[in-house]
Design a protein around this ligand. Structure first.
Ligand code: NAD
Ligand code: IPM
Ligand code: MN
Length: 356
């Protein structure tokens, strides 16, 4: 038998504590050969002993694990959000997980807030640059607390960083198909180069150069504001979208709405060949935490994505098929039209996986 894949599990805060154990239960139902190690990093631990992530954590994760499975980080008791910065952005930046892959798929027409939209009409992916942009924490405040205060936050875009995510997008087309089996053949780069002429001028130049290497793939450009309109008006026209860190964050919440809400959206933070991290797109949702009402599907689909990444395609498909059945039979939480609690919805999916 193949050796077990080692997965570091970080449930984190709020609903992360509820949905991650349920997704783990679904992974276990597939019989996938995995060995799970839990870490208690999050607000509770930080408030208790001041530790966000222990020293050497990222070295250990990269050395001793095949993947990392994270819930959500964020807690109103830590208003500075310092622990999220160090845990979540720490993994993305220090482990150099440059491609944030966020698939956008509608599983059932009933979940989409748009009229007359079928699952075949919403099947695109957002590839979000994950290690640069305004997220780099370069900036500062001057004369803070006075009427003259100034705040500066820099947008850092490097040739290397921009080129590798754009290249990832074209390569993604070569290695992925849509749900119906048709090849992915279009890459759309979204920016604001009409205003951010320096930063996004770089994106424009690199996109032009890299796209020339892939003549069989159609290269398109849209300003991100126009793309938001297009996502709502004609999601069917979208295939592979590549964009910077901040725009990718924003448009993937909008994209989540097309799929039925944040409870349905999965993501992977990937560096090919390195230990990568998988997390649902949603956050810790403090108002609904601890009530057994959070939708576990985003985490369950994230688990499928992680298993697929680790070479367990059969187990990943089993999970995806069980989720589809749950959605179609409304064995889901309330946010997507069902009547079940978090645990019960995941249990239904785990049982369904176990039967197939
Ligand atoms: P959020 O994603 O937690 O919630 C936004 C909305 O979606 C809320 O109405 C919430 O109830 C709903 N929602 C989210 N997940 C859901 C689920 N699984 N089932 C049903 N409904 C769900 O975003 P927010 O409120 O802006 O942020 C809350 C905290 O989470 C903040 O501290 C934020 O920084 C953090 N956050 C963390 C991550 C992460 O760790 N990856 C991502 C986003 C936000
Ligand atoms: C996400 C989140 C994070 C981000 C926050 C929690 C730092 O919103 O993963 O989408 O902005 O990247
Ligand atoms: Mn976000």
């Amino acid at each position: 038998m193949a050796s077990k894949k080692r997965i570091a599990v970080v449930p984190g805060d709020g609903i992360g504590q509820e949905v991650i154990p349920q997704a783990v239960r679904v992974i276990e139902a597939t019989g996938a050969p995995v060995e799970l190690t839990h870490f208690d990093w999050g607000a509770e631990r930080y408030l208790r002993d001041g530790v966000t992530v222990p020293p050497d954590a990222f070295t250990i994760l990269a050395r001793d694990f095949d993947a990392i499975f994270v819930g959500a980080i964020g807690d109103p008791r830590v208003p500075s959000n310092i622990h999220a910065k160090e845990i979540l952005l720490g993994m993305r930046f220090k482990m150099d997980l440059y491609a944030n892959v966020r698939p956008v798929r509608l599983l059932d027409a009933s979940l989409c807030p748009l009229k007359n939209v079928e699952p075949k009409d919403v099947d695109f992916v957002v590839l979000r640059e994950n290690t640069e942009g305004v997220y780099v924490d370069v900036g500062g405040c001057f004369k803070q607390g006075t009427p003259d205060e100034v705040a500066v936050q820099e947008d850092v875009n490097t040739r290397k960083g921009v080129e590798r995510i754009i290249r990832y997008a074209f390569e993604y087309c070569n290695h992925h198909t849509k749900q119906d089996g048709t090849p992915r053949r279009r890459v759309l780069m979204a920016d604001k180069s009409n205003v951010l002429t320096y930063a996004h001028g770089l994106w424009q130049r690199v996109f032009k150069e890299v796209s020339a290497e892939y003549p069989q793939i159609q290269a398109q450009h849209m300003y991100v504001d126009a793309l938001c309109l297009q996502m709502v008006r004609d999601p069917h026209s979208l295939d592979v979208i590549v964009t910077n860190n901040m725009f990718g964050d924003i448009i993937t919440d909008l994209a989540a709405a097309l799929q039925g809400g944040l409870g349905m959206a999965a993501s992977g933070n990937i560096h090919p060949g390195k230990t990568s991290m998988f997390e649902p797109v949603h956050g810790s949702a403090p108002p609904i935490a601890g009530k057994n009402i959070a939708n576990p599907i985003g985490s369950i689909l994230t688990a499928a994505m992680m298993l697929g990444h680790l070479g367990m395609a059969k187990e990943a498909s089993k999970i995806e098929e069980a989720v589809l059945r749950a959605v179609q039979e409304k064995k889901t939480t309330q946010d997507v039209g069902g009547k079940l609690g978090t645990r019960e919805a995941a249990e239904w999916i785990a049982n369904s996986v176990g039967r197939n």
